[in-house]
Design a protein around this ligand. Structure first.
Ligand SMILES: *[C@@H]1O[C@H](CO)[C@@H](O)[C@H](O)[C@H]1NC(C)=O
Ligand SMILES: *[C@@H]1O[C@H](CO)[C@@H](O)[C@H](O)[C@H]1NC(C)=O
Ligand SMILES: *[C@@H]1O[C@H](CO)[C@@H](O)[C@H](O)[C@H]1NC(C)=O
Ligand SMILES: *[C@@H]1O[C@H](CO)[C@@H](O)[C@H](O)[C@H]1NC(C)=O
Ligand SMILES: *[C@@H]1O[C@H](CO)[C@@H](O)[C@H](O)[C@H]1NC(C)=O
Length: 588
């Protein structure tokens, strides 16, 4: 990919100055984006507080003018599918069974636990389209997609899958394959176009998600809802700098309460935040870093100030959830993994693994699940001007604020200490690896073999298919942040070079992704039965091809193809494999 490539994916954002890619899995470490990736002109965002809080239609247009013109969708009514959805016959085996078992024959004696959620996943910005319909306000991703180089392939989310009007077909199509759950996100800027607690709620949007939730239930597909999957209302960035301001806490809690009240009893599994570490890293990358931060916050401190505000917003929402006696369970989605020391017996690399786990997972999961506080590794490294210390009252609210553990274990990789050692890095704020003071390594320290099979080049800075490392990472998660229930809230793979294929028979033959899912699911069965990890659900990312953040529609993660001319969906091999795996391993 070219030197201007800046790629975030599904969940995470890697921000390594030495590469030009920002991946889904990235580091929260503030880094300078190479100057070659920064167009010298065209990035415009109003200074904090310069847009008045005008909650009228004219005020909404003023916010949209920061984004610019929008492509309207080809139609604006919800399409109702003809049922039943025809399911084509399953694809024939690709390999002899002695080489690769059929999905039903993967560890056939091991079953999934009763009540297992076998689901697919999406996120509002990535699939909905209709970004300016039914009174929605602009989000920072609507803005990003218009900035020079903001999205690699120049596409945007204006129409994309048009799931906003095609959700009934989408749900019917996954129901037809036997999936029983869908994890989606609710767009804050649809419910509150101006974001704030004192601004008007948009009843049309509340009614939309109400219908969407009812349709899931009617179809036998359990709705699992995320409140924030990175699509920040642009108004909140303009008014006060979004998550870099403590003002976000009350506004998020108000949004959460509105949604809890509206859908109580119908949604039973909730997430406050998707991969918060990645989100808080993303705001320091181009072009978001050119938007306004709260006064006193800079690109070096922003990820940690964001983490502090976001964690308190999470705790506030969960407190409200419990006070309102909302039915069901609530948590947030972790990204990343507990890594493996690069050099087997290196105490420095073992210490680097601990730093990685602290900065990538412990940052939210130590406060929520174990100590109630930031990891010691972080407070030993970061001064309070970067990472504000939690008060006793905050710790009390945060500790225990998650009912289960959710992880997006896309991959597990090696972790190495800085070449000049961890101590030299920790003490030196000018060190290129400060403050995390470790690096992720994609090849082994012995002969340089990769940790796992490559994905599409658009994602190869962060993703590899690493089924052989999955169980150990899950065991480490369970050891460090013990839980009675764990969800694999996302996992998936972008088929290499799928975006170059034009013939349908080539597109649907996503064998690399199919192998990824079957090997991961086999290891998940073993994790459940042999390691006693209480995994209660898996969610394949993604239900359909979608806009993969800074990679646009070029990185293909869907188990269904979407034709962006006709919006037609087509099942790929992986969709059939998942369906056959589930049917053979489910316990009624
Ligand atoms: C965007 O932010 C970067 C990093 O702070 C800066 O170097 C660049 O000049 C900014 N670009 C614009 C157009 O403001
Ligand atoms: C690591 O140490 C163990 C135990 O001392 C030893 O058996 C093993 O060979 C060592 N591994 C490497 C790669 O040096
Ligand atoms: C960012 O803010 C921190 C904390 O106030 C300060 O120590 C640091 O020097 C600032 N960085 C820049 C580049 O201004
Ligand atoms: C700190 O790191 C910078 C950048 O790598 C380096 O130039 C400098 O020598 C280091 N300072 C110390 C005291 O090691
Ligand atoms: C998408 O639809 C267009 C219009 O019908 C068609 O020409 C094209 O071949 C389709 N693409 C694929 C991959 O089938």
């Amino acid at each position: 990919m070219g030197s201007i490539a800046i790629v975030f994916l599904v969940g995470a954002a890697s921000i390594f100055a030495q590469t030009t890619s920002i991946s889904k899995s990235a580091s929260i470490t503030p880094t300078t984006v190479p100057t070659s990736t920064q167009p010298s002109a065209g990035v415009n965002f109003p200074p904090v507080g310069s847009i008045p809080r005008d909650f009228s239609p004219a005020g909404l247009e003023k916010l949209w003018s920061v984004v610019g013109p929008i492509d309207p969708p080809p139609f604006t009514t919800t399409r109702v599918p003809d049922l039943p959805i025809p399911v084509p016959s399953s694809p024939p085996a690709l390999y002899p069974s002695w080489f690769a078992p059929a999905p039903k024959d993967v560890l056939p004696k091991l079953k999934l636990p009763k009540g297992f959620k076998f689901g697919v996943a999406t996120a509002a910005y990535q699939v909905e389209g209709a970004v300016k319909n039914d009174g929605k306000g602009p989000t920072m991703w609507d803005w990003n997609s218009r900035q020079p180089g903001g999205v690699l392939d120049g596409t945007n989310g204006d129409v994309v899958d048009l799931h906003y009007y095609l959700y009934k077909e989408d749900i019917a199509r996954v129901a037809a394959l036997g999936f029983n759950a869908h994890s989606f996100s609710i767009s804050w800027a649809r419910i509150f176009p101006f974001g704030t607690a004192d601004s008007p709620v948009n009843r049309v949007a509340l009614a939309h998600y109400s219908d969407l939730i009812d349709y899931h239930i009617k179809s036998g597909v359990e709705p699992v809802a995320t409140l924030f999957h990175w699509d920040l209302p642009l108004a909140l960035q303009a008014y006060y700098g979004g998550f870099t301001s403590p003002k976000i806490v009350d506004d998020f809690v108000n949004f959460a309460k509105t949604v809890f009240k509206a859908y109580n009893g119908r949604v039973k599994t909730w997430y406050t935040f998707n991969e918060p570490r990645v989100y808080c890293g993303q705001i320091t990358t181009y072009p978001f870093v050119n938007a306004s931060f709260a006064p006193g916050v800079n690109a070096s401190t922003a990820p940690y100030i964001c983490a502090w505000n976001l964690l308190r917003a999470h705790a506030g929402a969960v407190k409200a959830f419990r006070e309102m006696k909302i039915q069901g369970e609530i948590s947030f989605k972790n990204d990343d993994y507990v890594g493996i020391p690069w050099r087997a017996n290196s105490t420095e690399d073992m210490a680097a693994v601990e730093r990685h786990a602290a900065f990538r997972i412990g940052i939210f999961s130590d406060p929520a699940y174990t100590t109630g506080d930031w990891p010691k590794i972080m407070t030993d490294t970061l001064p309070p001007s970067y990472l504000p210390r939690l008060t006793a009252a905050e710790k009390k609210d945060i500790h225990g604020s998650a009912d289960f553990f959710a992880t997006d274990p896309y991959r597990t990789q090696w972790i190495a200490a800085p070449p000049d050692g961890i101590d030299a890095c920790v003490k030196n704020t000018s060190h290129s690896m400060w403050p995390e003071c470790h690096s992720v390594v994609l090849v082994d320290s012995n002969a340089g073999w990769a940790a796992g099979l490559n994905p599409d080049p658009l994602s190869d800075t962060w993703l590899q298919a690493t089924p052989n490392f999955l169980r150990e990472s899950l065991r480490q998660l369970q050891k460090r942040w013990p839980t009675k229930k764990m969800y694999i809230s996302e996992f998936g793979f972008d088929e290499p070079f799928e975006e170059l294929r034009t013939d349908m028979f080539r597109i649907v033959e996503d064998v690399t992704r199919t192998n990824y899912y079957m090997t991961y699911l086999g290891e998940i069965l073993l994790a459940i039965h042999e390691d006693k990890i209480p995994i209660a659900g898996t969610f394949a990312w993604a239900m359909v091809d979608n806009t993969e953040w800074n990679s646009g529609i070029s990185a293909k993660f869907g188990i269904q193809h979407v034709n962006y001319t006709t919006l037609e969906r087509t099942y790929k091999r992986s969709a059939f494999a998942l369906s056959e795996f589930y049917k053979a391993h489910a316990q009624k």
